[in-house]
Design a protein around this ligand. Structure first.
Ligand code: MD3
Ligand code: FE
Length: 199
């Protein structure tokens, strides 16, 4: 049993839909190359990230925030229609997302336990789509100290975090590198779509 508001659509995307989404994400990565960003504390993240949409998520010595432009000053590329179709199918939300955050996990990459709280739109859900190698997703509750549980996210899985689960602590312990044939170089892509409001 998952907590209220955390909904897993296992196998939402079949092989053809995964391949179609992947080619659209390659366009995003060409227009906005993924980078391993620095945390506010000056540590380099193991996950490479980029964005599409009206706003992109960035991190540097100044902290975490959403910006309308890439570090190069270019606008972020548009969110692919294949991703917006997933949002419409599972989010139950009236507005489209403002940001698609694309995360690439190479061998050994992980993401520590955190909350997503830079959006100022905690009524709106976050929708996550997994592609490529399996990942051990870990989640707890609204307090950092609460006990955590984990399950594996597989290629084609879609996870919705809404309602009372929108601000839960979560992260990725590890991926099982080289298991999925989807990405030629192995690894995992995760995309999250978010509604973002001004400060
Ligand atoms: C639960 N990404 O980008 S996706 C992130 O697999 C992030 O790349 C992980 O956490 C990844 O911020 C996990 C599942 C996920 C995404 C956002 C959430 C779970 C969430 C927001 C609120 C609660
Ligand atoms: Fe997160």
């Amino acid at each position: 049993m998952l907590p209220e508001g955390l909904v897993l659509h296992h196998g939402h995307l079949d092989a053809a839909a995964q391949a179609g989404l992947l080619s659209a994400l390659r366009e995003v990565a060409r227009a906005a190359p993924p980078r391993r960003m620095e945390t506010r504390g000056g540590r380099r993240m193991s996950v490479a990230m980029t964005s599409a949409g009206r706003l992109g998520w960035v991190s540097d010595a100044k902290g975490y925030r959403y910006e309308p432009r890439q570090p190069s000053d270019a606008l972020w590329p548009p969110i692919p229609e294949a991703a917006l179709a997933i949002w419409r199918a599972v989010s139950g939300w009236k507005e489209p997302p403002d940001c698609l955050l694309l995360n690439h996990y190479g061998e050994g990459a992980r993401m520590g336990l955190h909350q997503d709280r830079d959006e100022n739109a905690f009524d709106a859900p976050v929708v996550s789509v997994s592609l490529g190698d399996p990942a051990r997703f870990r989640f707890g509750g609204l307090e950092r100290s609460e006990r955590t549980r984990s399950f594996e996210l597989l290629s084609g899985d879609v996870l919705v975090m809404g309602g009372p689960s929108r601000l839960i602590w979560h992260g990725v312990d590890r991926i099982r590198f080289g298991v999925s044939p989807l990405l030629d170089k192995g690894g995992r892509l995760n995309l999250t779509m978010r509604v973002v409001r001004e400060g």
